[in-house]
Design a protein around this ligand. Structure first.
Ligand SMILES: NC(=O)c1ccc[n+]([C@@H]2O[C@H](COP(=O)([O-])OP(=O)(O)OC[C@H]3O[C@@H](n4cnc5c(N)ncnc54)[C@H](O)[C@@H]3O)[C@@H](O)[C@H]2O)c1
Length: 370
């Protein structure tokens, strides 16, 4: 097939392009090489043999031309940050998606598949259960609770501790501008796809890990930060009490999912979680990274927290498993591969200081008063 990959110079996009080329597809990449992810022009990891267009995904004329000669589309390009520029999230992530469908319908294009990248962030705080009052989907924790160091979420009725459940695709309760835009993107894609007969799949990735994940962006999370700390001989700070639970999915498992839904017609018209299948506390994950570097310094629990952080979230991956996919790599595999990739990268100490300064200047990192 002739496959158009937006954001194909990025982390998930470039790994997906590698596999598509390996499978014999003809690949075109549309990527604006956005800062801060890209600093030095085209990255070395851009897949050899792809046709590359450096432009914004909202460039309608270019998008029309590229769609006219595509059989399938992966839409990975997205705005992702902690900045409070809410309109930009919607503009880049939702408008660009609507535009792809607008062009496809106007031009009567015969697209075999559109796959859009959604996120676990679309599910917000996820699904919980109270033994007495049943299922609940809490909203973000109030600032007053976090300031007081009350990390766990209680039942909305009785206040008793809630049991965290793996969150299935039927839950959508995004709590930040990024998650809202990703939910918007998947609704636009799947519903317009269904309405106009364009086979569409939305994939809600959990935290994806592996090499090529930009060391420059603030949102790439624990894998990058913990690796940088241990690589530079330090130890990371663990927010809250280090017991927040997450699931981590390896980039190669993500690519497996991406190519599966391109070919499998059972996937069309649906939203799937793509997660690691196992929950880890932040402390457990920090220990995996510590062991990778042979450090004897555990993560430090400082009583700080990040405004808007989810307490716990893990994705229920049963739906995609029904199509024959399952995660095959562990977080330790991802960390080993990421560490190898970081090893000879120049200027890492500055990057760590910059990232920390950015989070603090934005007021994202705060301290509990207990
Ligand atoms: N990495 C994760 O853990 C994760 C988790 C959930 C969802 N996702 C989603 O997966 C997709 C890919 O994420 P990633 O981790 O590879 O990010 P990334 O930043 O490495 O890649 C995104 C690419 O999109 C490009 N881009 C950004 N804005 C653009 C625009 N306006 N026009 C054209 N290109 C633009 C960037 O230059 C970059 O190369 C995104 O849609 C993201 O929301 C990622």
């Amino acid at each position: 097939m002739r496959v158009l990959v937006t954001g194909g110079a990025g982390f998930i996009g470039s790994h997906t392009c590698d596999r598509l080329v390996e499978l014999g597809h003809e690949v075109t990449v549309l990527d604006v090489l956005a800062a801060p992810v890209h600093r030095d022009g085209k990255p070395n990891h851009l897949t050899p043999g792809v046709e590359f267009y450096e432009s914004d995904v909202r460039n309608r004329d270019l998008m029309r031309n590229l769609l006219r000669r595509a059989d399938a589309v992966y839409h990975f390009a997205a705005y992702q940050d902690y900045l409070p520029d809410f309109a930009k999230f919607t503009d880049v992530n939702v408008t660009s998606t609507a535009m792809i469908y607008e062009i496809a319908v106007a031009e009567k294009l015969d697209l075999a598949r559109i796959v859009v990248a959604s996120s676990q962030a679309a599910m917000g705080e996820g699904l919980y259960r109270c033994a007495e009052h049943g299922e609940q989907t809490p909203d973000m924790r109030p600032e007053s609770a976090l300031r007081a160091g009350r990390w766990d979420i209680g039942c909305a009725v009785c206040g008793e501790p809630l049991e965290m459940l793996p969150t299935p695709e039927r839950i959508a309760n995004p709590q930040n501008a990024y998650g809202m835009s990703k939910h918007g993107e998947e609704v636009v894609a799947v519903n317009l796809g269904r309405r106009y007969g364009i086979p569409t799949v939305a994939l809600r990735y959990s935290i994806v890990q592996g090499p090529r994940q930009s060391v420059y962006n603030a949102y790439s999370g624990a894998c990058r930060i913990f690796n940088l700390h241990y690589l530079l001989g330090g130890a990371p700070t663990l927010y809250e009490d280090g017991q927040n639970v997450r699931d981590y999915v390896n980039i190669h498992d993500v690519v497996d999912a991406n190519v599966l839904v391109l070919a499998d017609d059972r996937a069309a018209g649906r939203v799937f979680n793509v997660g690691g299948g196992t929950g880890y506390t932040t402390q457990e994950f920090a220990e995996i990274v510590r062991r990778q570097y042979g450090s004897d310094r555990p993560g430090r629990i400082s009583g700080e927290y990040r405004f808007g952080d989810t307490r716990h979230i893990t994705s229920d991956i049963d739906a995609l498993k029904q199509l024959g996919w399952s995660p095959k790599r562990t977080p330790a595999d991802s960390v080993a591969e990421y560490a190898e990739w970081l090893r000879d990268m120049p200027g890492l100490d500055e990057i760590l200081a910059e990232a920390d300064a950015k989070m603090r200047s934005l007021g994202v990192v705060r301290k509990a008063v207990t």
